[in-house]
Design a protein around this ligand. Structure first.
Ligand code: NAI
Length: 506
């Protein structure tokens, strides 16, 4: 264990939302903390704010009053950078501006001891660039906390080209000792979370743009079938469209305009209109007091279904069989290509093709497709789509079957890979590329997405559960449908699928 000893002094520069949160975390972990801000009185004000947060913890019974006093006494405002000379670790959390951060590090080099680690909380700037030209670039690292720092577990420990791996290990152990969930990442644009999460927003935005469904339905599908805490529209309304759009633009630019990260015109229009989300009272949803929250679209069937046949292996959707049986449906199982036959309808898990395309290619009448669910035993909702010549009766038969098993059913337009499968396929694809490019380990990528943005399952573990081959087929079909590089499968996914190995295999 190489964590900083609690007798070491930590300095935090920038007493805004992040700096104050980080100072609180370090003080609660036992360190004396200097807090410095160029804005007169900001550090002292932030310390008062932290004390109020601590008081709330006392009220909730999570801290006793004497601990509160001890922790508060560890925090001190600094009136100059020179006062930080005795710090063993400096974490800067000033404005996101490369030149200002570089100037600050240059000053710190002449103030702090040679052993002091200089960390940045930047979420988008290159650590390699921040360190370039400094006297000791090896001690510049990223320590990327998430907002609010006292509550969010994840800390990305970011190494630039010159960063010393031993110092990265020390920061990792320090974050761990502070009760955080650290991961190691190389300094590539977006690090892990802000890169791998891009498709979560992008695919919903595209589905909306294409009229596949409305916001409320797509959000409900990501929540009720995908197991995500929030759908992309409610989440971006919460984050703020200005902030979320700026992150997407910054990642897009940093990857030299790679179309996988292309910002959405739908979101840009909201930003242009000043509809920034909750904070402006309006985003995808209207937050005014009188506004009614739109409900997800749902279809129902007047039919009653008693039986169906499952032909072949349903793969990740196999738990549907038990759910149908438990609902009283008589399920006959026989050999076949992984489809469910109900009445005149054939129901299959999407493979990334349009339903109409697949019906034609396989010569299937009355084809319907269903979407991915995190857990088919428990999902409250499922999306389906129909081929163009699927009859109303076949559609009603499928809806009746799924309703009988307790699903709410949302009908999407005929869309490649539907909503959850498309989102998860693209998240997993981005995660596979990050792994291929050595940004982080498979374990750290999955951990970052679960601890940093609360995904119900790491994207690589999800890819393994779906099966790399099935995922690859989905992405190949998506790419064929759109003829765009955005959906090109990661080489690592193709390699693992070809080798019959999983993404988590070493
Ligand atoms: P903020 O705007 O709330 O606070 C920045 C503070 O830095 C202000 O109090 C300002 O007076 C002070 N400051 C500016 N220049 C300074 C300088 N040269 N020396 C000392 N103090 C200076 O910003 P926020 O949101 O706390 O972000 C800070 C950093 O953390 C940025 O790099 C940002 O990208 C990063 N970050 C922000 C997250 C967020 O959700 N807000 C999440 C993770 C990282």
């Amino acid at each position: 264990m190489t964590a900083l000893d609690t007798s070491s002094i930590v300095a935090v520069i920038g007493a805004g939302a992040m700096g104050a949160g980080i100072a609180q975390v370090a003080a609660q972990a036992g360190h004396r903390v200097w807090l410095f801000d160029t804005h007169q009185g900001a550090a002292a004000q932030a310390i008062s704010g932290i004390d109020r947060q601590l008081a709330r913890l006392v009220d909730k019974g999570q801290l006793d009053a004497s601990q509160r006093r001890v922790i508060a006494a560890r925090l001190q405002p600094a009136d100059s950078l020179q006062a930080l000379a005795d710090a063993a670790l400096v974490i800067e959390a000033i404005v996101e501006n490369l030149d200002l951060k570089r100037q600050l590090f240059e000053q710190l080099e002449s103030i702090c001891s040679a052993h002091c680690i200089l960390a940045s909380n930047t979420s988008s700037l290159s650590l390699t660039r921040l360190a370039a030209g400094l006297k000791h670039p090896q001690r510049i690292l990223g320590m990327h906390f998430f907002n609010p720092a006292p509550l969010m577990a994840l800390v990305e420990i970011v190494s630039g080209l010159a960063s010393d791996p031993q110092l990265a290990a020390r920061l990792y152990d320090t974050a761990d000792a502070w009760g955080k969930q650290p991961v190691h990442t190389r300094s590539t644009p977006g690090f892990i979370v802000n890169r791998v999460a891009r498709p979560f927003y992008a695919e919903s935005l595209r589905l909306l743009q294409e009229g596949a469904a409305d916001c409320a339905t797509l959000d409900a599908l990501l929540r009720d079938a995908g197991g995500f805490r929030m759908g992309a529209f409610e989440l971006t309304d919460l984050i703020g469209h200005d902030v979320n759009y700026a992150v997407t633009c910054s990642v897009f630019d940093a990857y030299h305009g790679d179309m996988r990260f292309q910002p959405s015109l739908v979101q840009k229009e909201l930003v242009d209109a000043g509809h920034l989300g909750r904070k402006s009272g309006r985003g995808f949803y209207d937050y005014s007091e009188t506004a009614e929250r739109p409900q997800p679209q749902e279809i129902s069937s007047p039919l009653h279904i008693d039986s169906c046949a499952v032909e072949g292996d349903l793969g990740i959707a196999a738990p549907l069989i038990t759910r149908l049986q438990q609902a009283g449906v008589q399920v006959t199982q026989r050999a076949g290509s992984g489809v469910i036959r109900v009445g005149t309808a054939t129901l299959a898990l999407s493979d990334g093709r349009l339903a109409s395309q697949r019906a034609q290619a396989q010569g299937i009448d009355n084809l319907l497709l269903f979407d991915l669910a995190l857990d088919y035993r428990r999902a409250a909702r499922i999306a389906i789509s129909c081929a163009a010549d699927t009859s109303v009766l076949a559609c009603q038969q499928v809806v009746a079957l799924l309703q009988r098993a307790g699903f709410k059913v949302s009908l999407l337009s005929d869309t490649p890979a539907l909503a959850v499968l498309r989102t998860v396929a693209m998240l997993a694809n981005e995660a596979a590329d990050a792994l291929l490019h050595g940004v982080a380990s498979a374990a750290d990528i999955d951990l970052a997405m679960c601890a940093g943005v609360n995904y119900p399952l790491g994207p690589l573990a999800w890819a393994d559960a779906i099966g790399p081959q099935r995922l690859l087929t989905t992405l190949d079909n998506l790419q064929a449908a759109y003829a765009e590089p955005r959906y090109r499968p990661s080489l690592l996914l193709r390699r693992r699928a070809t080798e019959g190995r999983h993404l988590h295999d070493t």
